[in-house]
Design a protein around this ligand. Structure first.
Ligand code: ADP
Length: 466
């Protein structure tokens, strides 16, 4: 035998030692499946070395009589390794199948909920977006989408707000939730509601925002239709209020007109008999002008209330002025009912932010309700209107000496069409409350401990109190 064969056999020995060591290590540190692999793969290689190196050595040394056939042992090893790798491939196939199934499930549920799912890679500014999401935003069905595509499809009115919210979510809160408009490629506008959450991985240095978007155009449309209907109802109730006030208004107009007539007749007579001095005539003319102004003011107020202008001018208003203007409108009604009117107006109040006609409408409603309540109870009839300041709001409170609000109707007072009056529409308080909330204010009702009811308007201020 060639002496170099010993070197080959030594190499096989080193190889054997290496494989035994690797298999033992894997057995000690590995998981259950790796232990199995250490036995199967390690064992088969060890067997192969023994068969392919030791056996021929023994045969060559004349110690054993056996056919020289190492390739058979090699096939055994290949079979074992093949089996092991085949198992891994099968596992991978099963995993990818279950991944596919859960992806399909996710796609189906987002599709059913009409949700467009997306993931924004904040650092790379790239965007992954589901097929439904692409359809929602009017993006092409394939191709890369980045943040610029998203910002470009936003309605210019909402662009700033959305960018601010996105920045706030990325730099702090981690959450994004917004309703905004997008402009589709055909120019139409769609309302979208989106929520998202930032996920930062400091170790990998990645920041992602995951989220979903939903088409809410239909809801916005019905909301705006409801708003139009609400405005029309508010207008109708105002017109019916004016109908109720017609007698009062006619009387209010009659008074300055009568005064104008009698003043002009006096002046004429004075001129005729030549007794009036120029100073007296000037006084008479001043009176006439003042009465004409008052009549003009009443007509102006009526016209403003009748106007069907849905856009409300929210302007700074003096709350005490509003009270005085309403009392002018209701002047003869109050005289007719022989009411004691007590005014407690706080002169240091800030201006309030509201629509003039609308606030007047609410106050007229409250005063007319108070007058109705007062007429239900005999005894001293008192109406008290007080203005004040409470919890950052200006308050206008209407106190009456009526029977108060029965406890069983307290929770229904503001319900539309709730009325305890014969022929009552039951819309006054419902509309008054919605008008108040339109200006960020409130309308509250309570019973006065001293008797009667109190209704309080709370209005946003235009500036802090003086
Ligand atoms: P309407 O005046 O047509 O009944 P409102 O919405 O103005 O409709 O009022 C609803 C109900 O609230 C009234 O029918 C009445 O029962 C009650 N209410 C309103 N104001 C007062 C008040 N000042 N005192 C007692 N009850 C009141």
């Amino acid at each position: 035998m060639n002496p170099w064969v010993a070197l080959g056999q030594l190499a096989s020995l080193v190889w054997l030692a290496y494989v035994v060591d690797a298999s033992v290590r894997l057995w000690r540190t590995g998981s259950a499946s790796q232990r199995r692999q250490s036995i199967m793969v390690g064992g088969s290689i060890i067997l192969f070395i023994l068969c392919a190196a030791a056996l021929p050595g023994l045969v060559a040394a004349g110690m054993l009589e056996f056919p020289m056939n190492s390739s058979m042992a090699f096939i055994g090893m290949i079979l074992v390794m093949n089996y092991e790798l085949g198992g891994d491939v099968l596992n991978a196939a099963q995993l990818s199948q279950s991944l596919k199934t859960s992806e399909q499930r996710l796609a189906l549920s987002t599709e059913a909920a009409q949700l467009g799912a997306w993931e924004w890679n904040i650092n790379a500014r790239t965007l992954w977006i589901s097929a439904k999401g692409r359809e929602l935003y009017g993006f092409p069905a394939s191709g890369e989408i980045d943040l610029e595509h998203f910002l470009a499809c936003l309605d210019p009115h909402d662009l700033e707000q959305v960018t601010l919210s996105l920045n706030a979510a990325v730099s702090g809160s981690g959450k994004f939730s917004k309703e905004y408009r997008i402009v589709l490629p055909d120019g139409s506008v769609r309302w979208v509601s989106t929520t998202g959450k930032v996920e930062k991985n400091v170790r990998e240095g990645t920041a992602l925002m995951h989220g979903v978007s939903r088409d809410i155009s239909q809801r916005k449309l019905s909301l705006s239709q409801t708003e139009i209907q609400r405005q029309e109802l508010a207008h109708l109730s105002r017109v019916s209020l004016l109908g109720e006030l017609a007698g009062t208004l006619a009387h209010e107009l009659n008074q300055p007109l009568t005064a104008i007539l009698s003043n002009s007749q006096t002046g004429r007579r004075g001129i005729k008999v030549g007794k009036s001095t120029p100073a007296e005539l000037a006084d008479i003319l001043d009176d006439i002008a003042a009465d004409a102004k008052r009549a003009g003011g009443i007509i102006h107020g009526m016209r403003a209330m009748l106007k069907k202008d849905s856009s409300v001018d929210v302007i700074p208003l003096d709350p005490n002025e509003i009270v005085k203007q309403v009392l002018v409108l209701l002047h003869s009604e109050i005289i007719f009912r022989k009411l004691d009117v007590v005014l407690q107006l706080d002169g240091s109040l800030p201006l309030v932010m509201a629509g003039r006609v609308e606030v007047q409408q609410v106050l007229i409603n409250l005063v007319i309700n108070a007058l109705d309540a007062i007429s239900q109870k005999s005894g001293k009839a008192t109406l008290r209107i007080a203005t004040g300041y409470l919890e950052d709001r200006v308050t206008i409170s209407v106190y009456d000496s009526g029977p108060g609000i029965p406890p069983e109707i307290v929770s229904r007072l503001f319900d539309p069409f709730f009325s305890t009056k014969q022929g009552g529409l039951g819309l006054g308080l419902a509309i008054s409350r919605s008008i108040m909330s339109n200006f960020g204010g409130e309308l509250l009702a309570d019973n006065n401990p001293d008797g009667g009811a109190v209704f309080q308007m709370r209005l946003l201020t235009a500036s802090p109190p003086k």
